[in-house]
Design a protein around this ligand. Structure first.
Ligand SMILES: [Zn+2]
Ligand SMILES: [Zn+2]
Length: 315
């Protein structure tokens, strides 16, 4: 199961209920963070994500609303004694930005921090997870990110296991987890012999800030979840064009063309604080759309089904 936690769904100015952009994708002990707007450290704490987990941070572009939380988050992790290394990916200016922070505000870290200036392509691969960056159309160099999860095996087929005389029990579990096993009679049974065809990888796409563009359309093709900025409604499409953003309808049209399963609308302007007009406009085109809220969680199951868990507003 993959868990997506929305830490910030706000626009360029945070409001009382919505912080600057940040999203965390969690699986097998990893916290993969996408964008780190101001005060993400407290959102991270409130969401209970665990400061010493395996972690990588991916910044979409160097606009302040996506980035200013980085120093605070690193400081927090240091004060709490993090020891695991932390890799940070984003446009090359990020390397200088972190260096200047380290020099001028004494931001030493208790753990190894490596910052990578990136180009489009695969950046990260571990535990069946991969992250790929693709360039999008914003003001200056900006990336979207595609997270894919390669399911280790297809469906376990008990009849096949029985026909090969594999005794029911823990060995079945190993085979269904993709491992090979050795039987007492010396035979080796591979997982592929007792499982169905491996399904396509699960895919989550995060747009960052962008205009609708072909690279995003290609990345979003058949995505399980598309998390898209939707800064404006279409009556402000002139502003969207001028400032390099999407409208709710352009996000919905793209989701429809790309045949995604679920569209999550985020980074909407504080002028639509409740998000109602954004959601209505998107759903008129693409009904499987939800509004991101801070602390919303989305569970993506290995079979591709999902559940949206709305936040407990008492937090
Ligand atoms: Zn932004
Ligand atoms: Zn921006």
């Amino acid at each position: 199961m993959i868990e997506i936690v929305i830490l910030g769904s706000g626009g360029s100015i945070p409001s009382l209920g919505r912080n600057h952009p940040s999203i965390v994708v969690r699986h097998t002990g990893w916290n993969l963070m996408f964008d780190c707007g101001e005060d993400t450290q407290r959102q991270f704490e409130r969401a209970g994500l665990g400061q010493n987990k395996k972690m990588a941070i991916f910044i979409t572009h160097t606009h302040a609303d996506h980035l200013l939380g980085l120093g605070g988050l690193l400081l927090r992790f240091s004060l709490l004694g993090r020891i695991r290394p932390l890799d940070i990916y984003g446009p090359a200016e990020l390397i200088e930005y972190v260096k200047v922070n380290q020099k001028t505000i004494n931001l030493g870290t208790t753990f190894k921090t490596t910052v990578y200036g990136i180009k489009s392509g695969t950046l990260f691969e571990s535990d069946h997870l991969a992250v790929r960056a693709f360039e999008v159309d914003h003001r200056g160099l900006a990336f979207g990110y595609e997270v894919s999860y390669q399911r280790p095996t297809g469906e376990f087929l008990p009849e096949k296991a029985k026909s090969l005389d594999v005794p029911e029990g823990p060995l079945w579990g190993k085979l269904s987890d993709g491992e090979s096993i050795a039987l007492d009679d010396g035979r080796e049974i591979r997982s592929e012999e007792v499982t169905g065809p491996r399904p396509h990888p699960l895919k989550i796409v995060y747009t960052g800030d962008t205009r609708p563009c072909d690279s995003l359309r290609r990345a979003a093709e058949s995505a399980d979840i598309l998390i898209s900025e939707a800064m404006y409604t279409s009556d402000h499409s002139d502003l969207a064009e001028e400032r390099g953003h999407m409208t709710a309808s352009s996000a919905a049209e793209l989701a429809k063309e790309a045949n995604v399963k679920l569209l999550v609308l985020t980074h909407y302007s504080p002028r639509y604080e409740t998000g109602g007009p954004i959601l209505d406009e998107a759903r008129a085109i693409f009904p499987d759309a939800v509004l991101a809220e801070d602390f919303m969680r989305i569970i993506l199951n290995p079979d591709g089904t999902y559940r949206v868990l709305h936040p407990d507003h008492t937090i």
